[in-house]
Design a protein around this ligand. Structure first.
Ligand code: FES
Length: 147
């Protein structure tokens, strides 16, 4: 039995310790806001916060996050909420598929650096791919949040 703390709720799951966290979140628990993109840590669509840090859930076995605080896009933190408001104000999403991962990565950035520079933003967001090319709107929304 594996116990996970996700969005402040405890889940006791009868799953293999090696199961990727993404599978547990989406297929076992049914929180489908976190997306599957590549499954190999190359796109960022699957990112969730583990404690306060953006983490590739497709690469993380559930046994590695037992006892840690997991936040998905369905959860809330002060920085995530601020960023979601900016995302709406700047009409960031196009198809929207990658945006949960983008928001989680941006939240992790603001959890680490209060007032990130353009370079900080570019570096932090570089692991998140958007096939619609919303990169400039993402950057503007993050900049607006920290102004
Ligand atoms: Fe995890 Fe692409 S699905 S990085």
């Amino acid at each position: 039995m594996i116990t996970l703390l996700i969005n402040d709720k405890k889940y006791k799951l009868d799953i293999a310790p090696e199961m990727p966290l993404l599978w547990a979140i989406r297929d076992v628990i049914g929180l489908t806001g976190t997306k599957f993109g590549c499954g190999i840590g190359a796109c960022g669509a699957c990112k969730v916060l583990v404690n306060a840090t953006a983490t590739y859930s497709c690469l993380t076995p559930v046994k590695d996050v037992v006892g840690k605080k997991i936040t998905t896009i369905e959860g809330t933190t002060p920085n995530l909420q601020l960023l979601q408001e900016a995302w709406a104000a700047f009409n960031v999403p196009q198809c929207g598929y990658c945006q949960p991962g983008q928001l989680i990565t941006a939240t992790s950035l603001l959890n680490t650096i209060n007032n990130p520079s353009d370079t900080d933003i570019d570096e932090a967001m570089s692991g998140n791919i958007c096939r619609c090319g919303t990169y400039q709107r993402i950057k503007s929304a993050i900049q607006h949040t920290v102004e």
